[in-house]
Design a protein around this ligand. Structure first.
Ligand SMILES: [Zn+2]
Length: 108
């Protein structure tokens, strides 16, 4: 026994109603999909592992080594790899705040 109306006019009315409902649901799905696409937070930039800081002299001598996320690092820095950080700690010294020598296992 079907719960649907037996006559064509009422079936057509029901069909129209369901099409409108489906269109609204599809519209809402697209709306939410657009929203989640635009709201997706971009991943935070990964700080470099190590930073070399240079002094203010004209020669830009190596001043000290920092960990990549050290807030004490100045503006005269450039990212370096671990081998360069080890050499830099030995040659110039380590920042006293972030202690890259400890992180690198290098004793001055
Ligand atoms: Zn530092």
């Amino acid at each position: 026994m079907s719960e649907l109306p037996p006559d064509l006019p009422r079936l057509r009315t029901l069909e129209t109603y369901l099409r409108l409902q489906l269109a609204r649901v599809e519209q809402q799905i697209r709306h939410l999909e657009d929203q989640s696409r635009t709201q997706k937070p971009s991943p935070a930039p990964v700080p470099p592992a190590w930073l070399a800081e240079y002094d203010i002299s004209a020669q830009h001598r190596l001043f000290q080594i920092h960990t990549g996320d050290c807030r004490m690092a100045g503006h005269r820095v450039k990212p370096i790899d671990e081998a360069a950080a080890r050499r830099g700690v030995v040659e110039a010294g380590a920042c006293q705040f972030c202690r890259p020598d400890t992180a690198l296992g290098v004793l001055e």
